[in-house]
Structures are given as structure tokens and as C-alpha cells.
Design a protein around this ligand. Structure first.
Ligand code: 16G
Length: 156
């Protein structure tokens, strides 16, 4: 069935790593659909991009670009934490997953989360964890996650 949006149902989207040019393709505006994300100067964006890139496979931001519109329509990241517990194991933290409102219903969120969890597994993580709103719980359950604990936060 055709999803209620402007994208073709049989179009295949692929996930790739974030590039500096994605700032001009709506990446910041997309993050704003998830939470507070003020405008970021080109200079600050490049600095943060290089901070993340310097961590190599330990911090990966994935994006899906709609090649027709040239816009970034989905994103998510995974940060790899090196631990002492579980035989000096590694944990993948999945963060900042968002799909553009006009691109929902095409499994793009699932593609992003699969990309991030596959990455974490491929570099030896024993698990991947994330925090989400109650309304997104069933989405993450469909992605194979199970509720384990409760989230606690202190904002500064
Ligand atoms: C969601 C995100 C989290 C993000 C938070 C932002 C996922 C899996 N979870 O919990 O990464 O940091 O929303 O909300 O994408 P906040 O700015 O109110 O903490």
C-alpha cells in the first residue's frame, strides 16, 4: 500500500555515514524534530563533525538522504563505550534517531536502527542500549529491543 507521503513506495533508501555537506541538506532541521536543536554555525558544525570523526568507528552518525529532494530524511547515531565489566566489554549507545515527518511509514527508522546495531555488533559490543519516549516503545520493540530498566536523567 502506498504510504501517505510524497515518496515512492518501491524506492530503496540506503544508510550512509554523515558528511559535512549534510548540514546544507537539512540535517539540523531534522534533529529539531526530535528535540531542542538551535541553529549551528558552519564553523561549529565542522568542529563537532571532526570531534565525532576523530573517534572513528567508536562514534558513527548514520543518515538516509532522499536523492530526489537532496534532503536528509532520517538519522541516528551509535556511540561505543569501552568498559571494564563483562571482560572489558563494549556497549553501543543508540542516540538521536529521527525520521522526517513526511517520510514516516517507509521503515526508514528500522533501517537506521538496524545499521547502528549491526555496526555495534560488528565491532564486538555485547549489547546496544537506548532511551526513548513511551510513544516510541513499540517501534523499538519491533526493532528487537526489550524494556530492561527505567531511564533517569539530570539536565544541566
Ligand atoms: C530520545 C533519543 C535520545 C535523545 C532524546 C532527546 C533515541 C533512541 N533516543 O530519547 O537519543 O537524546 O530523545 O530528548 O533516539 P531530550 O533532549 O529531551 O533529552
Amino acid at each position: 500500500m502506498q504510504a501517505d507521503n510524497s515518496f515512492s513506495e518501491d524506492k530503496k533508501f540506503h544508510v550512509r555515514r554523515l558528511q559535512i555537506s549534510d548540514k546544507s541538506k537539512g540535517f539540523i532541521e531534522l534533529l529539531r524534530q526530535l528535540t531542542v536543536c538551535d541553529s549551528v554555525s558552519d564553523q561549529d558544525f565542522e568542529k563537532r563533525f571532526h570531534d565525532i570523526s576523530s573517534l572513528g568507528d567508536n562514534h558513527v552518525v548514520g543518515v538516509i538522504e532522499d536523492e530526489f529532494s537532496g534532503k536528509v530524511i532520517a538519522t541516528g547515531s551509535v556511540f561505543i563505550e569501552n568498559k571494564f565489566v563483562r571482560n572489558c566489554g563494549k556497549v553501543g549507545h543508540v542516540e538521536d534517531v529521527v525520521v522526517d515527518l513526511n517520510a514516516r511509514g517507509m521503515q526508514l527508522g528500522n533501517e537506521i536502527v538496524t545499521f547502528l546495531t549491526d555496526h555495534a555488533r560488528s565491532i564486538g559490543c555485547f549489547n546496544v542500549i537506548l532511551d526513548c519516549s513511551m510513544e516510541n516503545r513499540s517501534f523499538y520493540e519491533k526493532c528487537g529491543f526489550k524494556q530492561k530498566a527505567i531511564q533517569m536523567a539530570k539536565y544541566f
